[in-house]
Unconditional design. Structure first.
Length: 216
């Protein structure tokens, strides 16, 4: 690397900041040139220090990390922002992604993973800790299913649509769901009306586009 990456650490725990700084500066590729212990100080320091990547905690006084992230994105400040937090809940991760975070890493990660994340976001890539992607995928699927509710599909109709999209015939769907074949036919008819399709192929395409079923 031609020049070191300038890092700012925004975290309200001094020992955490010191520990991160020591770990990051071992190889000389990264320099921690500023530290902030709350959100307001973080924003003030960014006006004074040349920063390539901001390591941002969520739980901070005055302005929390998500508020800082939102402010910086609205102001179009030119830097990469990597959230480093204890929060592994999907709500925090999804909110950060919606606002425009470049990376998201948990504090109990190994230093090698944190460095990898820093290099990735510095080079214009997005880095989400691999262990967090499954919960993010589940949230997206739930979100897609909730969007389907706009068509007033019932839970049972979504189950039927999933099986239909997987290529099952009415008789097979009836057996799988332990309902009568006549009931399946009624569900299929209602599904077609609600999603405005005329055949099973179109229904399958709809299911794939809305992530009700996966293509592979």
């Amino acid at each position: 690397m031609s020049k070191p990456i300038n890092i700012m650490i925004a975290d309200d725990h001094l020992m955490v900041r010191e520990g991160i700084k020591q770990l990051l500066e071992l190889d000389g590729d990264i320099i921690v040139n500023a530290e902030a212990d709350d959100g307001v100080q973080c924003i003030d320091l960014l006006k004074q220090k040349q920063t390539d990547v901001l390591l941002l905690d969520i739980n901070m006084p005055n302005m929390n990390g998500l508020q800082v992230l939102k402010y910086l994105r609205e102001k179009k400040v030119n830097l990469k922002i990597l959230i480093l937090t204890i929060h592994n809940e999907v709500e925090y991760l999804a909110r950060a992604i919606d606002i425009g975070v470049d990376g998201y890493v948990l504090k109990d990660s190994e230093s090698s993973l944190l460095k990898k994340a820093i290099y990735c976001v510095y080079n214009g890539e997005t880095f989400i800790q691999p262990e967090l992607t499954p919960i993010l995928r589940e949230r997206q699927q739930e979100k897609n299913l909730s969007n389907i509710s706009d068509n007033n599909l019932t839970k049972r109709e979504i189950e039927v649509l999933k099986l239909l999209a997987k290529g099952l015939f009415n008789k097979e769907i009836a057996y799988t769901l332990d309902i009568s074949e006549k009931t399946v036919k009624n569900h299929v008819s209602n599904i077609f009306k609600k999603i405005d399709v005329s055949d099973r192929t179109q229904a399958t395409v709809y299911a794939i586009k809305n992530n009700i079923v996966e293509l592979f």
